[in-house]
Structure formats: structure tokens, C-alpha cells
Design a protein around this ligand. Structure first.
Ligand code: NAP
Length: 533
């Protein structure tokens, strides 16, 4: 490696998604480089440009709070923003705060190693660039490493294959095409109703049916916007004091305290609330009490039965094997209604799994389907995937993939023992998608940056966490998971969406305030669980 290709910097940030962008801004007083695999900013909202991609949290909340002028000047056109508006916002922020000068686009990090003698990371990109830095901040996202199941025969298939998380920039024309669609999670549910309107035929390959609420999206009401703009400062504070860092209603009464009629009325109101998560927040115990949860499940199933005209299809679309909210609740726009179209067919691949691509399409254990296009919305190697796809070597040349072979271990989701000076934002065992990720990402960046500032002020060069601190954090993560019904679903939260992936629950479900308090007190108690030198 010629020295010309080596740059010495203070901090490397990996990823120019929403957390990475804010990290560049917050750490401006250092020599910072942000390495981004894509050609543009926005992370999730850069890659996931499939038709119908839209956030399920109100945009007045799902946006940055660090700059008051930015909050006042930006106008969201809709309550729940579509991908192009979120990408436009990320670009606006990058320009407004001059962040691009710190970003190297098309620069995927492929390996990095910690030099124990100098306390510096050596970070390499696949383009041959090398950076030597004190700290690395992995703002790599929880849902950024696409999962493509290893069906054989892909190279023989004559049609086109797309993964929703790598959607072509100019879009795809499905007119006159027979389209096969695999994956009925949040992504598939958003994309399919739009594709069904264009395609000649849409064949949906469903392994597990999803619970899905109507989105309630609508143009943003000016009064609502003005109200938020008048109260942004205090509302951002209030958001951080709620379980999910979002000002949705959190009811205080149990489903068991209501009569069946009252329950029905509350659930009906939640269904029409225009707020995606009101259904699982209808009662205080939906996510902690199996019987309360089942009442909500049955309400949601009855909605499916009332919308889908063919009773057999309706029954196949009814989830029965996991609690509602156990997997992230999906939000749709005409998803169940789509099955009433003549050109849409539902295929159950639970009973007869997909076996292979063939030259003409897809083969399941029961039949073969001729398809011009196959779309995979098969999710992500979530939480750990993005970091594990980088060859990361810590102390004593230990590889991160080896350390995490049986599941990820971290302290406060921020660091993992044996990998000093490497911080993660939305890392394993943080609330991640259980809390609104822009606001909580900003919070984590601030917490991390304060730690780095203190290191510099005190003339220290190396910070790491102890194995004991990791063990204590694992007990806390497990304790709160045991109190929640999330553990009863196979999902990306516990890695069970990927065949053979090991590890337990990777998300902190104790709520954001409890998480934040533990991060803050660890630092305040003399950096409890950390070793600094
Ligand atoms: P996902 O929830 O993991 O869903 C993936 C889908 O692919 C599931 O239906 C899964 O079936 C299916 N699948 C995977 N492997 C398969 C196989 N071998 N054969 C057949 N089917 C297979 O992924 P996602 O839909 O991309 O969503 C991931 C997360 O991204 C969401 O939970 C949410 O947090 C976020 N997201 C949010 C929004 C939003 O804000 N509205 C939109 C999109 C995504 P199984 O269920 O059986 O595994």
C-alpha cells in the first residue's frame, strides 16, 4: 500500500445514513471522514427506493431535532413521508450543514484492524483507500445488510431479479409482466399493492402472514405542522421520555379491565386512528399479557376476514403463530384489499417451501411458476449483518465474527469488549427500531461524542468495555425481553429470520428512557464498565 493512499484522521464514521450524517456534524471539531458505500446520503432511505417505501412514524417526529432553524424551515408534505421526501431531506441536511466535504461516497469499508501499539484503527475500503484513525463510529444501521436466501439456480433464471433494498434508481416497469414476489413483511406489504396495479400477474409467495394496520397517511395538515413548529423544543424532550421516543398515546388500562363491547370500541378506534401503532398500544398489556394480546390478534384477523373476499385466501392471510407486535407491526395501504384483484394469487410456501430458481421462474416443493420478474423482499441480516460483513479485527487479532458467532454481545449496545475505540450507533442490544431511530440515533451520537470529547480533554487514547460489563448488560437485556411477548415471535429481532443465525434477542425492549438512563449513569459513575487509558 503506497503511503499516498493512507490518510490520517481522528475519526472514521461508517455510513452516511441519518445517524452518520448527524455524527459528522456533531464531531465537526475533529478531522472526520465518513465512508459511505452508496453514491448518496440517506442510508435506509437511499437504498430502499422500492415503490411504496414510506416511514410509519409521523415525520414531524421522524426528523432531526438538533437544529431549531432546520425544524422551522423544513416542510413535510405528508404525515408519513415517502422515501423520495426522506431522501430529499437527507440531501438538504447534507448541503445545509456542509457535510458532503467529509463524505467519501462509493467507499464500502471491507476490513479494519486495531493497532494495539498506537491505539489506532486501520480502516480499508474496497476501493483501496486506507484511513488511520483514533476512533471508528459504526453508523451502519440495523437493517442495511440485505438477506437473499440461497436458493439454487439463480444463474439459470432467464428473468430479472430485484431485492427491494437494492432497488434500481430509475424504477422498474412491470407492465405486461408476470411478477413473483417473495416476502410479506413491512417492505413487501408496502410494495405489492402498487406493483399489482401495473403487472399482468402478481404471484405472492407467503411463508408467514403479517399483521397489518392501515397507514392513515394523508397530506400534512398545516395546523398540525404549525403546532409542532411552535412546540418542537419541549416535544423532542418529551419524546425521549416515552418508551418508543414517540408521542403516541400510551394507555394506562389493561384489556382485562374492559367489557368485550368496550374492547371492540377501543380497537375499532385504534384501527381508524391513522396512527400505525395504536393497535398494539390499545391497552397497557398488549405486549406483556398473552391473553390481552390474543384479543387484539383476533380483532386484526377479523379485519382481514372482512376485507378479503375469498375465505380461503383470507384464512391463509391470518397470522396465528405469533403475537401481534411480536414482529414489527406492518403498515399498509390497500394490502389486504389487493387480494381481491383478479391478477393476484397467494401461494403458501410454508407448507411447500421455495426450492429453486428455474430457467423459467421459481419452483416450490408443490409446483413450478413461470415468472418474468422475481422480487425478493426477504429482509435483512439485521443488527449484526452490516458489521459482520466487514472483516473487523480487534485486540490480539480477534475477529468480530468469531466473537459474535453465538450472537452479539455488547455493553449498552455501544461497544464490544476486545474492540477498543469502536463505537456503534443503534448497535446490538439498543432499542433500535423499538424506538424512533432518528431521535434516538441523535441521542446516541451525542452520548458517544461526549465520551470522545472527555477522552481528548483528559489526554486519553483508548477506551474499551469489560467482559463483566457485557455480561451485566446481557442480563438486563434478557430480563426485559422475558417480560415482553416479543420473544415469542421468530423475527429479525432475534435473528430467527435467517436460517442458521445464532444468538438471542438483539433488541433492548426495556424502553428508551430506561436505556438512556443506564447509559448516562454508567458514565456518571466514573465510566462504570469501561476501561480508559
Ligand atoms: P422482514 O420483516 O424480515 O420480512 C421478510 C419477509 O421475507 C418475511 O415475510 C419472511 O418470511 C420472508 N422470507 C424470508 N426468507 C424467506 C424464504 N426463504 N422463503 C420465503 N419467504 C421468506 O423484512 P422487511 O419487510 O424488509 O422489513 C424489515 C424491517 O424494516 C421491518 O420490520 C421494519 O422495522 C423496517 N421497515 C419499516 C418500514 C416502515 O417504516 N413502514 C417499511 C419497510 C421496512 P418469514 O416471516 O417467514 O421469515
Amino acid at each position: 500500500m503506497s503511503q499516498a493512499n493512507v490518510e490520517q484522521v481522528d475519526i472514521v464514521i461508517i455510513g452516511a445514513g441519518f445517524s452518520g450524517l448527524y455524527a459528522i456534524h456533531r464531531l465537526r471539531n475533529y478531522n472526520v471522514v465518513c465512508l459511505e458505500a452508496g453514491e448518496g446520503v440517506g442510508g435506509t432511505w437511499y437504498w430502499n427506493r422500492y415503490p411504496g417505501a414510506r416511514v410509519d412514524i409521523e415525520s414531524v417526529e421522524y426528523s432531526y431535532g438538533f437544529d431549531d432553524a432546520l425544524q422551522q424551515e423544513w416542510c413535510w408534505p405528508e404525515y408519513f413521508s415517502a422515501q423520495p421526501d426522506l431522501e430529499r431531506y437527507a440531501n438538504h441536511v447534507a448541503d445545509r450543514f456542509n457535510l458532503r466535504q467529509n463524505i467519501r461516497f462509493s467507499s464500502p469499508v471491507d476490513r479494519m484492524r486495531f493497532d494495539e501499539a498506537t491505539h489506532r484503527w486501520h480502516v480499508h475500503t474496497s476501493t483501496g483507500a486506507q484511513f488511520i484513525c483514533r476512533y471508528v463510529i459504526a453508523a451502519t444501521g440495523s437493517l442495511s445488510a440485505p438477506n437473499m436466501p440461497p436458493w439454487p439456480g439463480l444463474d439459470t433464471y432467464r428473468g430479472d431479479v430485484y431485492h427491494t433494498a437494492r432497488w434500481p434508481e430509475g424504477g422498474v416497469d412491470f407492465s405486461g409482466k408476470r411478477v413473483g414476489f417473495i416476502g410479506t413483511g413491512s417492505t413487501g406489504i408496502q410494495a405489492m399493492p402498487i406493483i399489482a396495479q401495473q403487472a399482468k400477474e402478481l404471484v405472492v409467495f407467503q411463508r408467514t402472514p403479517a399483521y397489518c394496520m392501515p397507514s392513515g397517511n394523508r397530506p400534512l395538515d398545516q395546523d398540525h405542522e404549525q403546532d409542532w413548529k411552535a412546540h418542537y423544543r419541549e416535544r423532542r424532550q418529551q419524546m425521549l421520555q416515552t418508551y418508543g421516543a414517540s408521542l403516541i398515546e400510551y394507555p394506562q388500562f389493561s384489556a382485562h379491565d374492559c367489557t368485550p363491547e368496550q374492547r371492540e370500541e377501543i380497537l375499532e378506534k385504534a384501527w381508524h386512528s391513522q396512527n400505525a401503532f395504536q393497535l398494539i398500544l390499545a391497552f397497557s398489556d398488549v405486549m406483556t399479557d398473552a391473553a390481552a394480546n390474543e384479543m387484539v390478534c383476533e380483532f386484526a384477523r377479523n379485519k382481514i376476514r372482512s376485507i378479503v373476499k375469498d375465505p380461503e385466501t383470507a384464512e391463509l392471510l391470518c397470522p396465528t403463530t405469533y403475537p401481534i407486535g411480536g414482529k414489527r407491526l406492518c403498515v399498509g395501504n390497500g394490502y389486504f384489499e389487493m387480494y381481491n384483484r383478479e391478477n393476484v394469487t397467494l401461494v403458501d410456501v410454508k407448507s411447500a417451501p421455495i426450492e429453486a430458481f428455474t430457467p423459467a421462474g421459481l419452483r416450490t416443493a408443490a409446483a413450478e411458476y413461470e415468472l418474468d420478474v422475481v422480487i425478493t423482499a426477504t429482509g435483512f441480516d439485521a443488527v449484526t449483518g452490516a458489521l459482520e460483513r466487514i472483516a473487523i479485527e480487534g485486540r490480539e487479532q480477534r475477529k468480530l465474527v468469531d466473537k459474535w458467532a453465538d450472537g452479539p454481545t455488547t455493553y449498552l449496545g455501544a461497544m464490544t469488549a476486545g474492540f477498543p475505540n469502536l463505537f456503534m450507533i443503534h448497535g446490538p442490544s439498543t432499542p433500535a427500531a423499538q424506538a424512533q431511530m432518528i431521535t434516538t440515533g441523535e441521542w446516541q451520537v451525542n452520548w458517544t461524542a461526549d465520551i470522545i470529547d472527555a477522552m481528548n480533554e483528559e489526554g486519553l487514547t483508548c477506551i474499551e468495555v469489560t467482559l463483566d460489563a457485557e455480561r451485566q448488560w446481557a442480563l438486563e437485556v434478557d430480563m426485559v425481553a422475558q417480560q415482553s411477548l416479543h420473544r415469542l415471535a421468530d423475527s429479525w429481532y432475534n435473528g430467527k429470520n435467517i436460517e442458521g443465525k445464532k444468538g438471542g434477542f438483539m433488541i433492548y425492549v426495556g424502553g428508551f428512557p430506561r436505556f438512556a438512563e443506564q447509559c448516562e449513569t454508567a458514565v456518571a459513575d466514573g465510566y462504570r464498565g469501561f476501561i480508559r487509558q
